[in-house]
Design a protein around this ligand. Structure first.
Ligand SMILES: [Zn+2]
Length: 421
């Protein structure tokens, strides 16, 4: 099967992290903590300032769990930070703990401490950042993509992208969004987004603000209308914001003429956001709403989306990773999972992406996920899959990609054939 797709689009990515991961220290091959000593650690892309930074370890098959003493032996003086494959935990040494001012018996940091440590690591040099941007462009181009939507902008990334775009070094058309982590940083993010709008280029657009409203199904933090695992009573996940806080963020984002994007994985999280957007619109304030992931939507929520300026961004490939536990975890709610066909039938605009680096960017994996999931009680997507994977704006950077049986044959961006070797 041969596809020739204009503006092949990945509608939900973490752009810089994709570049970092492709050239950084990957610990996915470790069979036990001590094997770290056997990895070559000389590449300058493994270091941020004097910190050694890696990611991707998975201790589930290790004989003993990771511990700071292993790192202390190998790295008595240098701070070390190694993130787990799920991005929710890190393994650090005593030098790092001292610098961070965190006490930990094991050297394993969870959630808040983990995020604090992450924020504390020195930033990459501008040289390193540029090489990550180039690496990320290569990763997406090789997968056939010419258009991406990034959810994780930073001030320095935007600056770099503008410079590269002006020098015609970009081989992707990029849409950027700033993520706001709490109300305290919202003003700053809004200001940065508005400022960035002034320096847009033909291949670079600033879209708006994103926030997380709930967590993930894997960690049972996505916010559901019923308890997890089909139980009568029990945890239903969490909301990360008060609805009144979200209301203020949406109103101010829309008033600034920017798009509002929100991470909603659970059905109740999505329902509350749609309800809120309806309320705000009824008050006369309008703007664009992007719903990220929407892995679970009830039919009434989809109906309520109809009058809104909404687009849903889904990643079929997540189904490939989640399929083993999905039905058990969701109980009754399983019938609402991955509602791409229900959205299509309701004529809600829909775009597909891959959530890289959580999943590898791949048009073909999404196709496989759609084909395979239809065999296990997930309603088959009957729309044109290539349309949903194409950037909806025909004015945004002319391009096409040729993919045959999963292999990327040719990518043409801005009238140039890209070198994919
Ligand atoms: Zn994401």
């Amino acid at each position: 099967m041969l596809y020739r797709i204009p503006r092949l689009y990945d509608s939900h990515t973490h752009f810089l992290a994709t570049g970092e991961f492709s050239s950084g220290l990957n610990l996915g091959s470790l069979q036990r903590a001590e094997d770290l000593a056997t990895l070559p650690l000389h590449s300058s892309s493994y270091y941020r300032g004097d910190w050694l930074v890696g990611f991707g370890w998975d201790e589930s098959q290790w004989p003993t769990p990771p511990h700071k003493k292993v790192l202390d032996q190998l790295f008595p003086d240098r701070p070390v930070f190694l993130a787990r494959m799920d991005g929710h935990r890190s393994w650090v040494n005593s030098t790092a703990l001292n610098i961070l001012g965190i006490t930990s018996e094991s050297g394993i940091l969870m959630e808040k401490d983990h995020l604090r440590a992450w924020d504390h690591i020195p930033t990459f040099s501008s040289q390193q950042q540029k090489s990550h941007v180039m690496a990320a462009c290569r990763v997406f181009n090789k997968a056939g993509f010419t258009h991406i939507r990034d959810m994780s902008c930073s001030e320095s990334l935007w600056q770099l992208l503008v410079e590269m775009s002006e020098k015609q070094e970009l081989t992707l058309a990029i849409e950027e969004n700033y993520t706001t982590h709490d109300l305290g940083d919202f003003d700053k993010m809004l200001g940065l987004a508005l400022y960035a709008k002034k320096s847009e280029t033909p291949f670079l657009r600033m879209k708006g603000i994103k926030l997380f409203y709930d967590g993930s199904l894997g960690s049972e933090t996505a916010f559901l209308s019923k308890p997890y695992n089909g139980l009568k009573e029990g945890p239903q996940g969490t909301r990360l914001w008060e609805i009144s806080q979200v209301e203020e963020v949406i109103k101010r984002t829309w008033a600034a003429g920017l798009e509002f994007s929100v991470h909603t994985i659970g059905d109740e999280a999505a329902h509350e956001i749609v309800q809120l957007a309806r309320k705000i619109s009824a008050q006369g304030s309008v703007g664009r709403l992007n719903m990220e992931h929407v892995q679970l939507l009830r039919p009434e929520t989809i109906q309520m989306m109809k009058p809104l300026h909404v687009r849903c961004h889904m990643q079929p490939c997540h189904w490939l990773s989640d399929r083993v536990w999905l039905e058990k975890k969701l109980g009754d709610l399983y019938r609402y999972v991955f509602p791409w066909e229900a959205l299509r039938a309701a004529q809600i605009p829909l775009s597909f992406g891959c959530d890289s680096p959580v999943e590898p960017p791949s048009f073909w994996r999404n196709k496989i996920a759609l084909d395979e999931s239809a065999k296990v009680k997930i309603r088959q997507f009957t729309g044109d899959f290539t349309v949903v994977h194409s950037h909806p704006d025909v004015q945004f950077a002319d391009s096409y990609s040729v993919i045959e049986d999963g292999e990327v044959k040719e990518v043409v961006f801005a009238e140039k054939i890209l070198d994919l070797t």
